[in-house]
Design a protein around this ligand. Structure first.
Ligand SMILES: Nc1ncnc2c1ncn2[C@@H]1O[C@H](COP(=O)(O)OP(=O)(O)OP(=O)(O)O)[C@@H](O)[C@H]1O
Ligand SMILES: [Mg+2]
Length: 494
C-alpha cells in the first residue's frame, strides 16, 4: 500500500503536508515523530477515517479511494487506533465479529461458529480467556489483543498499530511482538507507531520519521542509530536526555510502615526524603500503583501506617491526602479528569482554581498566564490555549494533564509513569520540572517502568516484585545500574 503526496488540513492546522509512505508485504514499518507530528492523522487517512485534501492512495499499484473505514476494511486494511475501540458491555466474540456477524442458513446469528472461531483466534494469540467474558472485565492488554484479533479474523493485508504498547506490560508487549512477527511471516504489511525507540529497533525492518506534518526520512532500521533518529525527529540534537541536577538528602517527608493489601502488596516499609527523587522500579504489575493508591487512600488497604513529617496521618480519602500535601499523578491520565470537550486553558487550571482567584472572582489574567506558561514549558502543540483538548494529538493531551498537576501546591509529588506516550523532547521538559521541584526541596517519588529514566533521574531506587520490596539501591551504590535493577525486579538477589 502506498500513500503519495498526501495533504490533510484541519481548521488552522496542516496535519499532513505532502506526506508519502509505502508499506510492503512481509515488512514491519516503524513510524515515529514528536507528539503532534501527524502520525495518527496519517493512519486515519490510511484506514479511511479522513479523506485527504490532496494526494493519492495506491493498493498493489492501483489507485484507490475510500471514504470510510468500512470501505478501507473491504480493501484489507485494518487498524488498532491509539484510543481503543472496544464495546465494554459486549463479549469477546461480539467485539471480534462486530459489523461482520456471521449468519446461519436460516438467517440467525451463528454463535456456534463465531464462538469457535473467536476461541481459536484468542488461543492463537496466547490468550486463554473465556470468550463469553465482557470486554469491560478484561485488562487493557487483553482488550488490545481483542482489537488485534479483529485484523486476524478479517485476514487483513495491511495491519496498522498506533502506539499499541503504550499501556502494555513487558510480558504483554513481548507477546504482542511475537504475534506481529507471525503476521509479518504470513506476508502482511504492518505499520507500527511507537515512542519507544528500543521497540522500533527490536521489531521494525524500516523506519519512517515525520516532523511537523512532513516526511523527513525513511531508513532501514539496521542502518541508523538512536541518536540519528532522535535528531530527525526533533530537528536538533539533544545531548542530555536525563538532565539530572545534584540533590541533597533532606528530612524524611513520607514514611510508610507495614503496608499490606491482600493480593496486591505485602509488608511494605519505606521512607522518602525532601530534596530527592525516589524511584520505584519493577515490572508492570509489581504492585507499585496499587501501593500508592493505598497510601493516597484511593483504594482500601488491609493494614499499614502513613507518617508525614514524622507525624502519623489518618488518611481516609484522596481529599485528605491532598490536604496532607501529597499530589498523585496517576497513570490512567485520560480517565482522571481530562475534560475532552473543554479548552486547554480550562483543563490546565482545573485543579488549582482556588489559587487563581481575586477576591471571590476568578482572575482570568492569572488563569491565562498559567495556561500559557504551561503550554510553552511543556511544548504543548496547540494553536492557542482555547483549543478543545479533544482535538489535540494523544501525546499532547497527556502533556495537558501533566501540566495540570504541576501547578498543584504540594510537598510530596508522586508521578506514576510520568513520561508514558510523550516524545523525547517533552520527556526532557518533564525531567526539568522534576528538577525544579527538587530544587524547591520537595519530595518527589517517580514510579516508572523505563529503566533508563529510573537510572537517569533517581537518587534512590526501590525495586518491587509481586507486591514486595526486593531491593533499595542508592545512586552511589555499585548496584545502581540497569542490570542489577532488572535482576531484582525478576526476583534475583543482589
Ligand atoms: N480532529 C482534529 N481537529 C483539529 N485538529 C486536529 C484533529 N486531529 C488532529 N489534529 C491536529 O493535527 C496535528 C497532528 O496530530 P496527530 O494526532 O496526527 O499527531 P501524532 O503524531 O499522532 O501525535 P502523538 O504522538 O501525540 O499521538 C496536531 O496538531 C493536532 O492538534
Ligand atoms: Mg497519535
Amino acid at each position: 500500500m502506498e500513500l503519495k503526496n498526501i495533504t490533510k488540513i484541519f481548521p488552522g492546522v496542516t496535519a499532513l503536508n505532502d506526506m508519502s509512505i509505502a508499506l510492503q508485504k512481509g515488512q514491519i514499518h516503524g513510524l515515529i515523530g514528536e507528539n503532534g507530528a501527524g502520525k495518527s492523522t496519517l493512519i486515519k487517512v490510511l484506514s479511511g477515517v479522513f479523506s485527504p485534501e490532496k494526494g493519492e492512495i495506491l493498493i498493489e499499484g492501483e489507485k484507490t479511494h475510500f471514504s470510510n473505514p468500512i470501505e478501507a476494511k473491504k480493501h484489507g486494511i485494518t487498524c488498532v487506533y491509539q484510543e481503543l475501540n472496544i464495546a465494554k458491555d459486549l463479549s469477546i466474540t461480539d467485539n471480534l465479529f462486530m459489523g461482520e456477524y456471521v449468519k446461519s442458513k436460516i438467517g440467525l446469528l451463528d454463535y456456534r461458529y463465531m464462538n469457535t472461531k473467536a476461541k481459536q483466534i484468542m488461543d492463537e494469540m496466547g490468550q486463554e480467556i473465556e470468550i463469553s467474558k465482557l470486554c469491560g472485565q478484561l485488562g487493557i492488554g487483553q482488550q488490545q489483543m481483542v482489537e488485534i484479533g479483529r485484523s486476524i479474523l478479517l485476514d487483513a493485508k495491511v495491519i496498522i498499530l498506533d502506539e499499541p504498547t503504550s499501556s502494555l506490560g513487558e510480558k504483554e508487549a513481548k507477546l504482542l511482538f511475537e504475534i506481529v512477527r507471525k503476521l509479518k511471516e504470513k506476508g502482511k504489511a504492518i505499520l507500527f507507531v511507537s515512542h519507544k525507540l528500543e521497540e522500533i529497533f527490536d521489531l521494525c525492518d524500516v523506519v519512517t520519521v515525520m516532523r511537523d506534518a512532513k516526511h523527513i526520512a525513511t531508513v532501514p532500521a539496521s542502518k541508523v542509530t538512536k541518536d540519528q533518529l532522535i535528531s530527525y525527529m526533533v530537528g536538533r540534537t539533544l545531548d542530555n536526555l536525563f538532565p539530572k541536577t545534584p540533590s541533597k538528602s533532606g528530612e524524611i517527608a513520607l514514611e510508610v510502615k507495614d503496608f499490606s493489601s491482600v493480593g496486591q502488596y505485602r509488608d511494605v516499609n519505606f521512607q522518602a526524603r525532601y530534596g530527592q527523587v525516589l524511584g520505584f522500579a519493577g515490572l508492570v504489575g509489581a504492585g507499585r500503583t496499587e501501593l500508592f493508591r493505598g497510601i493516597f487512600a484511593a483504594d482500601k488497604r488491609d493494614s499499614g501506617e502513613v507518617f508525614i513529617n514524622g507525624e502519623k496521618q489518618d488518611i481516609k480519602n484522596p481529599a485528605q491526602a491532598i490536604k496532607g500535601k501529597i499530589a498523585f499523578m496517576t497513570e490512567d491520565r485520560k480517565l482522571q479528569g481530562l475534560v475532552l470537550s473543554e479548552s486547554v486553558m480550562r483543563n490546565i487550571c482545573l485543579v488549582n482554581l482556588d489559587s487563581l482567584k481575586k477576591g471571590l472572582l476568578l482572575d482570568y489574567k492569572k488563569i491565562k498566564k498559567q495556561a500559557e506558561d504551561c503550554v510553552s514549558q511543556l511544548r504543548i502543540k496547540t494553536e492557542n490555549i482555547n483549543k478543545v483538548v479533544g482535538e489535540l494529538s494523544g501525546g499532547n493531551q497527556q502533556k495537558v494533564v501533566i501540566g495540570k498537576w504541576m501547578n498543584v501546591d504540594a510537598d510530596i509529588y508522586v508521578f506514576d509513569e510520568p513520561t508514558r506516550g510523550i516524545d523525547v523532547g517533552a520527556k526532557i521538559e518533564v525531567y526539568n520540572i522534576i528538577n525544579k521541584l527538587v530544587e524547591q526541596n520537595k519530595c518527589v517519588i517517580m514510579i516508572s517502568s523505563e529503566l533508563p529514566e529510573i537510572i537517569g533521574m533517581s537518587d534512590r531506587v526501590i525495586v518491587m516484585r509481586s507486591g514486595k520490596i526486593m531491593a533499595e539501591i542508592d545512586r552511589v551504590s555499585d548496584n545502581f545500574n540497569q542490570e542489577d535493577i532488572m535482576k531484582a525486579a525478576w526476583g534475583g538477589k543482589l
